[in-house]
Each structure stands twice: as structure tokens, then as C-alpha cells.
Write a protein that binds this ligand. Sequence first.
Ligand SMILES: [Zn+2]
Length: 156
Amino acid sequence: MATTKTRKTSLVSPRTESIVREALEAAGCRSTAQRAAVYGYLEKVESHPTAEEVYRAVRREMPRISLATVYKALEALVESRLATKLTNGDGAARYDCRGEDHYHLRDVATGEIRDLGVEFDPNLLAKIDPALVDKLAGSGFQVTGYRLEVLGRFER
Ligand SMILES: [Zn+2]
């Protein structure tokens, strides 16, 4: 009978681990168990956590991980396009590992972000102004996409 290796973390499935390893290596980043664990956590939660929140959660599984390691892991995940960094002025950046285009709700008081459960409309800019993309191209700005955040307050 084959012996199974003890997993270092319960945060990550073998499938997730190989997705993360391949993407990190393709981007020239080092693939580590910590980076896989950080991705595993991002994938599991809907809350678009800050680096501090990721750190507090992953530390439960990997008590020796440092906040600096979590920051570096998040940077590597962004660099390898496994995650997106959502910045907001001087508030803490939040991280999202959902790859496809989607909209967000943002709590203006806490900075908390959740996904808005409606389908992404690739033609929304044309609905605002059918000539907008061409006008911008004419003025030297090539549109590559757009983001939409609905602002408000989550009720506690
Ligand atoms: Zn999102």
C-alpha cells in the first residue's frame, strides 16, 4: 500500500497546487507551499481580503508564516495573473482571485468588497456613448477594458 505524504496545509487541493505552481513558474516566480496556501485562501473566500486578513487566516494553518511572506506571495500571485490587486486611495489593497471580468460592491466606510451578482456586460461603454471607444482612440487612449464598482454601505 502506498503511503500518503502528510500535507503541510489543508488549505490547498492538489489541483489548486498544480495550477498555482504552473502559473508562478510561467511568470518566473518561485513556487512555494506558502504561495499555494495564500492562493487557496483567496480562492475560498468571497470577501476580497486585505494582506493582513490573508495573513491572519493562513497563519492558522502555517503558524510560522510572516506578514512579509504573505505580501510577497500576494505580489507573486498578481505578477502571475492568479490574483488582482484592488487598490483604493490610501486604504489597504484587497485581493481577488476571480479571473473573469466582474463587478464589485464596495463599502465606502470599511473598504470591504464583494462581487456583484450580475453578468458582466462587455458593451457597457458603448451604452454610455456608442462613439466613446473610438473617440478615446482618436485622442490617443486605447481602451483595454473597464471596471465598475457600486459604492454603498453593507448593513451590519
Ligand atoms: Zn471580485
